[in-house]
Design a protein around this ligand. Structure first.
Ligand SMILES: Nc1nc2c(ncn2[C@@H]2O[C@H](COP(=O)(O)OP(=O)(O)OP(=O)(O)O)[C@@H](O)[C@H]2O)c(=O)[nH]1
Ligand SMILES: [Mg+2]
Length: 504
């Protein structure tokens, strides 16, 4: 299989649409199409083709005696290197019938074209230097983007914003390496050319830069996959009912049997342009049942990964039980980094006046739990701080139990809840140039680079020789280069492009 063979694929979504686009790329693509294309009943001469112009005509079957028309089409020719792949390419816009699409592909394959593998067009664009790896991955992100924030990140990455930042970073580190390597050449003479203070300075800026990028991953990931909102609480509190109500569909099974939900159920939902990932979890209770136990372990894992935790409490229970359940939930979140919304559910079945006079002892316990939580995570409670992490002031915390008394079965309560969720979400400030890392491959490479740079720093602290320092620096350079594909292996390319769809 030569890198130069000509490939073809349907590039539009599979199924029947008004039109479909079939794409070809490779040295033979013009010739192949001309063999099955006629304009005004006549074939076109390859030398007369004007690229970037749409030709109206017919695809016909040249093998059959009567040379029947297959479809009426528009054909555009792209001359290398000015095409997506950097090779000669052709796009055939045909009618969207699946039969027509398959028939045209068949005619192309009979003429020697090969069906493209997933992502092969983008892979060729990368090999031919039209896109770097991060940009090629941005193409995939752009195609799958579902909201404004996702779209903006993908466009920025596609335009090369992220790649440029990495190039700057790399340039700094290359400077550093060459300074150290200069010392190597004179190692016999035991001199230090590279000013160590200057080295520390460059290293620190590079590290800061990397940390900024890796820190953005949590946000980037939230934008790409939805901000995680875990719905947790004891069994039968109405968690699944709430999930269904938010989504407006019967996604999770609801029943009055305790322990109905055994596994986590995740579904995305967009509120005011921000995508959330709501996670219904197995109800927390003491159980000896193995599978349910695993489910509950997952619940705790989901709590720790969520940005927002919705703690469901059953309002029909005894006050003391509700308080205990609330305290249990509070103690499982990190109020410094996570938002907690405690909901007392089933208000349609209770007399809410029972919450008006809260038992002092329990108020005090809840306040203690909140304060301890914040202190445990290295924070300090002031009224202002309390508000910033919980969205409630100290007074509210003391009266936590009177806060959100809702019914998961009442539409107006659900609408209010959605408003609160939106209100408590710190939306990322995304100016057009903000670089957010959204790709796990990039994140891992940056974390490795960070590790290597920290090694260099430690090495300098303990006065390691220049050659050992340079070795770690080269490692860092390798990892950064792997993001844009400056250094890469065939295997890595295959995994990356293999995740694309065919025709991309
Ligand atoms: N009256 C009333 N009943 C509710 C409300 N929300 C949920 N329920 C009922 O409470 C019972 C349990 O609801 P689920 O949503 O299955 O509870 P869950 O928390 O998911 O329970 P597990 O999956 O067992 O942990 C069902 O019978 C629901 O119809 C509510 O606001 N009012
Ligand atoms: Mg459930």
């Amino acid at each position: 299989m030569s890198k130069y063979d000509t490939i073809c694929a349907v590039s539009t979504a599979s199924g029947t649409g008004a039109i479909a686009v079939i794409r070809l790329s490779g040295t033979e693509s013009f010739k192949t199409v001309l063999y099955i294309f006629r304009k005004n009943g006549k074939p076109l001469d390859i030398n007369d083709i004007e690229p970037y112009k749409a030709y109206h005509g017919e695809i016909f079957d040249p093998v059959k005696d009567d040379k029947p028309m297959v479809d009426e089409v528009l054909v555009t020719f792209f001359k290398a290197p000015h095409s997506y792949t950097g090779e000669d390419s052709v796009e055939i816009s045909c009618h969207g019938s699946e039969f027509v699409q398959q028939k045209i592909l068949e005619l192309l394959v009979v003429r020697g074209c090969r069906l493209a593998a997933p992502g092969e067009f983008s892979k060729r664009a990368f090999i031919n230097g039209k896109l770097d790896l991060a940009q090629a991955e941005a193409v995939a992100d752009l195609i799958s983007s579902q909201n404004e924030a996702e779209h903006r990140i993908a466009v920025n990455q596609l335009k090369g914003g992220f790649s440029n930042e990495l190039r700057d970073l790399r340039a700094k580190l290359v400077d550093l390496t060459s300074l150290l390597e200069l010392e190597l050449d004179f190692s016999e003479e035991d001199v230090e050319f590279a000013d160590r203070t200057k080295l520390y300075e460059i290293l620190d800026t590079a590290l800061k830069h990397i940390v900024k990028l890796t820190d953005s991953f949590r946000m980037g990931n939230a934008i790409k996959h939805g901000i995680p909102v875990a719905i947790v609480g004891e069994t039968n509190t109405g968690k699944s009912t709430l999930l269904n109500a938010i989504l407006g569909e019967e996604r999770a099974i609801v029943s009055d049997i305790e322990g109905t939900t055994r596994d986590t159920i995740e579904e995305t939902f967009t509120i005011n342009g921000v995508m959330y990932r709501f996670i219904d979890t197995a109800g927390i209770r003491e159980t000896s049942e193995t599978i349910e136990k695993i489910g509950i372990e997952r619940t705790f894992k989901k709590i720790s990964e969520a940005d927002i935790v919705i703690g469901m409490l059953d309002g029909t229970k005894e006050l003391t039980q509700i308080y205990d359940a609330a305290i249990n939930i509070i103690s499982h979140v990190n109020l410094l980094t996570q938002k907690l919304l405690l909901l007392i559910n089933k208000n349609d079945k209770i007399d809410i006046s029972k919450f008006y006079s809260i038992n002092d002892d329990f108020q005090w316990q809840i306040k203690q739990t909140v304060e301890k939580n914040i202190e445990d995570h290295g924070g300090y409670m002031t009224d202002e701080f309390c508000y910033s992490v919980t969205g409630m002031d100290l007074y509210d915390i003391r009266n936590l139990m009177t806060f959100y008394i809702i019914s998961a079965k009442k539409d107006e309560d659900i609408e209010q809840l959605k408003d609160s969720i939106r209100f408590y979400t710190k939306t990322p400030k995304l100016d057009g140039n903000a670089t957010l890392v959204t790709n796990i491959r990039h994140y891992e490479a940056l974390m490795h680079a960070k590790g290597s740079l920290e090694q260099v720093k430690n090495g300098m602290d303990s006065k390691l020789s220049a050659d050992l320092l340079a070795q770690d620096l080269r490692q860092a350079l390798y990892y950064i280069g792997s993001i844009t594909g400056e250094v890469t292996t065939g295997e890595v390319l295959n995994t990356i492009f293999g995740r694309f769809c065919i025709g991309k």
